[in-house]
Write a protein that binds this ligand. Sequence first.
Ligand SMILES: Cc1cc2nc3c(=O)[nH]c(=O)nc-3n(C[C@H](O)[C@H](O)[C@H](O)COP(=O)(O)O)c2cc1C
Length: 328
Amino acid sequence: MGVIDRIGIEHPVVQAGMGGGIAAGMLAGAVSAAGGLGTVGILPPKKFENELDLAYEQSGGRPIAANLLVPFTTRAHVEAIARSKARVVTLHGGFDSRLVEQLQEDQACVLATVGTVDEARQALAGGADGLVVQGIEAGGHLVGVEPALEALRRIHDATRSNDLLVAGGIATAADSRQALEAGAAAVVAGTRFLLTAECGAHEAYKQRVIAADRTFETMLFSMGWPMRHRVIPNAATDRWCRDDPHGPRAIRRLASLTSGMRHLPMTIADRFAMTQTPAIPFFGPAAPLAGMPERLVDATALYAGETALRIQSVVPAAVAVRELAGVP
Ligand SMILES: Cc1cc2nc3c(=O)[nH]c(=O)nc-3n(C[C@H](O)[C@H](O)[C@H](O)COP(=O)(O)O)c2cc1C
């Protein structure tokens, strides 16, 4: 039985985990209630557990997933998942076979996000139950290096796995159909669900994404977590990415020295984000959430994928699920 049948969802539509409160319990619960698979993004452990509980409650008892960013994952996150009703875990930002083993001991089905054949082979050999193949058009942090459907074909040819989900470029029923016809077991969408009523992002962030006319890959928001990410422009990127979209070399070098900071508790990283201004080039990975000061929309990362250019409105999550599933 394929991994999506084992999970037992009505539509092969997965809402991507989006950490720090962007995809929390309300969004994940609404997606699962509508027959997709909702995913709670990583948060500090206690909050993570509360949001997983909320997601399950909102879903009406349907399957829900938890997302872990591997560099930030602690034992307390694994224990929070074990106590919750999430029995699907998606991993991103690295791979750790011991983590997979621990999650599977707690009966979780583990999907690893990959962008290349080497990463796919490593994750399958390391025990992953399936893979999320991310394309370079995806929003947020990137392992993707080529368009999603090309990566899917390449990874399928190399691994012969049928448990491959596709992330990147999914915003309509036609996108989903194309991915499923290309052999994907399910589609994973982030930007489409960023632009939903239940998503925890700041309203001004959502409106900026709708109005955006380009996205680009950068390293600007890398303090504490140096990894490529796709964003839309704001005052911070206008100021610091003019000559090089990745940001000034000195800032990137500084960021690479701060990768040890990822072991700081996530609450400290959030507090750090609140102090950011476009003029001081010291930018961490946190994105602006509802309830934060609106000025942060110009000082923090506005993650979005290339589908931002094709999405025109914020809709209820259930509408987005039906749209992607191609059901009226
Ligand atoms: C706002 C935003 C935040 C994201 N945060 C995470 C995250 O915390 N964990 C993760 O696995 N992926 C994250 N991603 C990437 C998604 O998992 C997924 O690969 C991507 O959204 C797919 O491309 P799309 O945005 O074109 O749908 C994020 C994406 C966006 C747009």
